[in-house]
Write a protein that binds this ligand. Structure first.
Ligand code: TNX
Length: 524
């Protein structure tokens, strides 16, 4: 398929308009919007205003934005003819995604934050009709293993928006760090946000770095992030990972751990990577503690979905702990898997009572899935398929294809010492709905979307996040947004590469994204 204009992600349909000619953006060009399209107008005025140096005032002909609810959710039509540009979205988000397409049509210079050329902002006559394949087009950013300062998160949101991705799953807590201020429990960040040293492993696996590491977001920082995301039609899904991956919380409040079998008072925020045996206990006090934590989390994050982790919770301590065993007996449970399931179900009901929904990693299927829970299927498709068949919503994010912490190429100089190779092509060829579900439309409809996950054990700062995330997120954006070609055609990787080379790498350059170059790893 030939796609003009090197748009990424590829729109559902692009037609060179029959009308000849171009529209040229100039100092006199106006920008206006009808009801509901204000966010796209604000964003366009600021982004294109900066790149072109034009004011783009309202009330003059030029770029016209509107909402028409007859179009699909998040969909849009963009037409350019010699009189101007018109973007009509099915909703405010649709207009905004259309505005993102408009910036791509203007060329890589439109991605800069100050003008580098005079004039020449010509747009070809074109008619685009577009809408996303999935409603959840997500990226996980692990800010627990390595803290990413607020300014970097805001920048990352701009990069998501540029790729029409609409969910940022923030992994806020883990063994190695607690990153969200909880006013009722200040030790969570006073002690839990810091560790004595950091193990990085950049280039050489497992390099120890003896500098302390840490940081956290205040609730106002997070409110700012949420609002900045919302203005870009991105939802922030917060993750508080329980009952495993909790050593930072236990280090801050030792009564949360299995103190009847280990000396939890001696625990510190973890300085190692892997699956940690120090998990939460299942006492009433711990349930209340996390209800109180979540109370504050809900106040900051309006997202319907709240991620409670549930992954990699070793059960040894529960097997040894008299209080965990007493709980199993009291509840008449079969085993420790059922105990974890009970723990997650408790919070599922707690969230549901507050109008929210729980989402967790596919381990939450073990011992029985909580009633309203949705599943992030990370260990492959199997968990997601089982959950979808049982009528639960699923976000497909199998580590075999879309883990951005895995290396991008096999070379020994590739600075990602974790795991397997997930090349640009692997990510591009990822199909969120597995073939087994093709004959089961009801189950397939429960695949509400897909997500690429960037864990940061070996990714210490924003520069390295760029390197891991790009260009693979551009490929992933197409998986999540663009329609599948009619069978038996497959997604055209060569065509995607051509669009990357024709314009998209240049757009990323203009944005200052330090992606992995095609020629190989960066020297730093
Ligand atoms: C597994 S994915 C984890 C993470 C690690 C990741 C590394 C998941 C739910 N758990 O804690 O960071 O592997 O690839």
């Amino acid at each position: 398929m030939h796609l003009p204009h090197a748009l990424v992600p590829a729109p559902a349909s692009v037609q060179q308009a029959t009308a000849e000619g171009v529209f040229t953006l100039g100092p006199g060009t106006g920008l206006g919007s009808g009801p509901g399209a204000g966010s796209a107008e604000r964003w366009l005025r600021s982004a294109l205003g900066a790149a072109t140096g034009y004011d783009l005032p309202p009330g003059r002909p030029g770029i016209d934005l509107a909402v028409d609810a007859a179009l699909p959710a998040e969909g849009y039509r963009l037409t350019v003819d010699p009189d101007g540009v018109r973007i009509v979205g099915g909703d405010a988000a649709g207009v905004f995604w259309g505005a993102q397409t408009l910036r791509q049509l203007l060329g890589p210079e439109a991605f800069r934050r100050a003008p580098v050329k005079r004039g020449g902002w010509a747009l070809p006559a074109v008619a685009i009709a577009d809408a996303p394949r999935f409603g959840w087009r997500g990226v996980l950013l692990d800010v627990a293993r390595h803290f990413l300062p607020k300014a970097d998160v805001l920048r990352y949101l701009d990069l998501l928006a540029a790729h029409k991705l609409n969910v940022l799953h923030l992994h806020l807590t883990d063994d190695q760090g607690w990153r969200v201020e909880v006013r009722r429990y200040p030790e969570l960040t006073r002690a839990g946000a810091w560790r004595e040293r950091s193990m990085v492993g950049y280039r050489t696996a497992q390099r120890r770095d003896d500098t302390p590491h840490g940081g956290y977001y205040t609730q106002d920082d997070l409110r700012e992030i949420v609002a900045y995301a919302a203005e870009r039609h991105i939802t922030i899904v917060p993750e508080i990972d329980v009952p495993g991956h909790s050593q930072a919380a236990i280090a801050a409040y030792p009564e949360l751990g299995n103190h009847d079998v280990v000396d939890t008072a001696a625990l510190r925020t973890w300085t190692d990577w892997g699956v940690n045996p120090n998990v939460l206990n299942v006492e009433d006090g711990t349930l209340r503690f996390f209800e109180n934590v979540l109370e504050e989390v809900l106040d900051v994050f309006p997202s319907t979905f709240v991620h409670l982790g549930g992954d990699e919770c070793p059960k040894e301590q529960w097997r040894a702990s008299p209080s965990a065993q007493a709980r199993i007996k009291e509840l008449g449970l079969a085993d420790e898997d059922a105990l974890q399931s009970w723990f997650i179900r408790h919070f599922d009901a707690w969230l549901a009572a507050r109008g929210r929904r729980l989402i967790g990693w596919d381990e939450i299927l073990e011992g029985g899935l909580a009633e309203g829970a949705a599943v992030s299927s990370w260990r492959g498709y199997a968990g997601g398929i089982a959950a979808a068949r049982a009528g639960h919503d699923v976000v497909m994010c199998p580590e075999q294809q879309v883990y951005l912490d895995h290396r991008q190429a096999p070379g020994a100089d590739e600075p990602v010492p974790i795991g397997w190779v997930r090349s640009l092509e692997d990510v591009y060829r990822f199909e969120p709905v597995p073939p087994t579900l093709h004959q089961e439309p009801e189950a397939a409809a429960h695949v509400i979307g897909t997500q690429a996950n960037l864990w940061t054990e070996f990714t210490a700062d924003a520069r390295e996040v760029d390197y891991r995330a790009f260009p693979r997120l551009a490929a992933f954006a197409e998986v999540a947004w663009s329609p599948l070609p009619d069978e038996p055609a497959e997604r055209d990787f060569a065509g995607f590469e051509r669009r990357m080379r024709a314009a998209h790498y240049a757009r990323l350059d203009a944005l200052g994204v330090e992606y992995r170059p095609e020629s190989g790893p960066r020297p730093w």
